[in-house]
Design a protein around this ligand. Structure first.
Ligand code: DGL
Length: 275
């Protein structure tokens, strides 16, 4: 029987819209309840304890709505607090962005050498390394934090000299490791796809976690017999919430989502911190 409840998706801010964009592309019948914690963004440089507190509050806000699945679209939260969020979600299935990216990389790497780039917290947690080794202990994983990539994307600096130099600074060592796949382990990095590809060379496949997360979420809904009614216009039924209506969010939202947002509401921080 169709299940027209929304999929809850949250991120530290705007970046999770790249996951929503993929959901709308791969499963257009599905609607989304989105929360971007723009008031406390960015999470990537914070301590694990703080990231876990924020992530659980974000999850609880969405779990109060009638959602059928929860996607943790933030790589940083998925890396640090996914298990804790699964506990509070009880019987609502929780999908993070890390394992879909790991599975795609292991399936596609011929050299058994995979690179992963992300925020400081994501690389520090070694979530992708652990995830890949759990699937195949013979794969070598090389991680690199790239903290300047997020502000570059937010500023719209996604091509030209500046991102190219920064990409070279971060990525040259990774290239020397002989990897054949590189996981883009951060919501913002798909916008630097061309610069990263140019820096790494065409022999290295870039793996976008957002794409594989949407694929796995849709598969899971199908297996649960919980897909939305065919022909439904999921994007139009979707609702978007932020904890602070920032100029940056207003400027960038349509670019990240690939279309205009159907609605946008600010929720006060007290709605989250009460949890
Ligand atoms: N959404 C975060 C991630 O995917 C990037 C932005 C942040 O640092 O909060 O890791």
């Amino acid at each position: 029987m169709p299940d027209n409840r929304s999929i809850g998706v949250f991120d530290s801010g705007i970046g999770g819209l790249t996951v929503v964009r993929e959901i709308f592309r791969q499963a257009p019948d599905e609607s989304v309840y989105y929360l971007g914690d723009t008031a406390r963004y960015p999470y990537g440089g914070r301590s694990d304890d703080t990231i876990a507190i924020f992530g659980k509050q974000d999850a609880r806000f969405l779990l109060e709505h009638d959602i059928k699945m929860l996607i943790v679209a933030c790589n940083t939260v998925s890396s640090v607090a996914l298990d804790a969020i699964k506990v509070i979600a009880k019987d609502i299935p929780v999908v993070g962005v890390v394992m879909p990216g790991c599975r795609a990389a292991v399936a596609r790497s011929a050299t058994r050498k995979v690179g992963i780039i992300g925020t400081r917290a994501t690389i520090r947690a070694q979530s992708y390394t652990k995830g890949i080794l759990a699937i195949d202990p013979d794969v070598a994983v090389y991680g690199r934090e790239c903290p300047l990539f997020v502000p570059l994307v937010e500023e719209g600096l996604t091509d030209g000299e500046i991102p190219r130099l920064i990409a070279q600074h971060y990525l040259y060592e990774l290239k020397d490791n002989g990897i054949d796949s590189l996981i883009l382990g951060c919501t913002h990095y798909p916008f630097l796809f061309d610069v990263i590809q140019e820096t790494m060379g065409s022999a290295i496949e870039l793996i976008d976690s957002a794409v594989w997360t949407a694929t796995e979420a849709a598969k899971l809904l199908k297996a649960m017999d919980a897909l939305a009614s065919p022909g439904r216009k999921g994007a139009e039924e979707s609702k978007f919430f932020v904890t602070d209506l920032t100029q940056s969010f207003a400027n960038n939202a349509a670019r990240f989502l690939g279309q205009e947002l159907s609605s946008l509401e600010a929720v006060g921080m007290e709605r989250l911190t009460k949890y």
